[in-house]
Design a binder for this molecule. Sequence first.
Ligand code: G3H
Ligand code: 13P
Ligand code: ZN
Length: 324
Amino acid sequence: MANYKDLGFVNTKEMFKKAMEGGYAIPAYNFNNMEQLQSIMMGCAESNSPVILQVSSGARKYANQTLLQYMAEGAVQMTRKDLKSNIPVALHLDHGDSLELCVSCIESGFSSVMIDGSALPYEKNIELTKKVVEYAHKYDVTVEGELGVLAGIEDDVKAEVPHYTNPEDVEDFVKKTGVDSLAISIGTSHGAYKFKVEPGKTIPPLRFDILEEIEKRIPGFSIVLHGSSSVPAEFVELCNKYGGKLQNAVGIPEEQLRKAAKSAVCKINIDTDGRLVVTAKIREVFATKPEEFDPRKYLGPAREALKNLIIHKNKEVLGSAGRG
Ligand code: G3H
Ligand code: 13P
Ligand code: ZN
C-alpha cells in the first residue's frame, strides 16, 4: 500500500478550501503520456498554480497503470528539483466506475478519486458513492461524486440531451454519501462537439440558475465542472488547415468558465483542449516539415503549445495562477 503523502501528493481538501475563499478554480488536466504530463507540470509551475493530475480508466489501459503512477510521482520530483516549484499536486482518478477501481488507485498512491454513479438510479448512486467514501476517508483520500448526466458520452453511457442536476437532490446526496465534492450537470459536455450552433446563433449559456440554486442548498460546498474545454477556434482551424476534419467543433466560452470559477465551482476538468492542441501542432509539423521523422521534432512543438495553453487557462480563465 503506497501512501500518497510519501509520494508528494496532497488531497483536494486544502486546495478547494483556498479556491472557494479566493474565488478561483483548480485546473484538473488529464494525461496519457509523458509530453502531456510535462506540459501540465511546466505550465502549472511557470504560472504557480495548484494542479490536479487526472487519470481516466482509458489512460490506465493505454499507458499502463503502474507506469502512469510512477510518471506522476516523477513529475512531482521534477517539479520540486528541476523546476524549483512547490505547487500542490493531487493525483486523481477521473470517472471511476467501481469500488474496486477506486481501491486499486488508493492503494497505489492516488490522493483523490471520483466515483461516477451518475448513470445509476439515485439510491444506487448513493449506495456506491457512500462505500467509496467510507474506504477512501480511512486513508485521508478525498472523493468526488456526480449527480446529473452530461450530454455526450460519459462512462460509455450516451445521452443525447443532458439531465441537469436537480438542486432538490444535492443536500440529501451530500449528507448521505459524505462526498468531499460534487460534479454537476449544468450544460457542459465531454468532447469537442458541445453544442450544435445554427448559423448566426450564439452558444447557449450554461445553466447558472441551477448552479445558484445548488449553492443555496449546500453553501460553501465544492462543486466540480466536467466537460469544460473551450475548443479554441485557433487550434480547430490549424488542425483543419493541415488535413484535420473537425467540423463544427465548439466548446464552452472562456468568459462562462471564468464566471463559474468565481462561484462555488472549485475544480474545472479539461482534457479535449489538450488533445486538440497537440494534434494541431503535430499536423502542422507533418505538413510543413515532411522530412522530419524524429518524434522529438513534432512532439516538442506540441508540448510547448500545450504548456502555453495551460498557462493561459490558469491565468486568464480559472484564476489559479499565482495561488500555488
Ligand atoms: O471525461 C473523460 C476524459 O476526457 C477522459 O477521456 O476516457 O478517453 O481517457 P478517456
Ligand atoms: P472535456 O472533454 O471538455 O475536456 O472534459 C474533460 C473531462 O470532463 C474529464 O473528466
Ligand atoms: Zn469528465
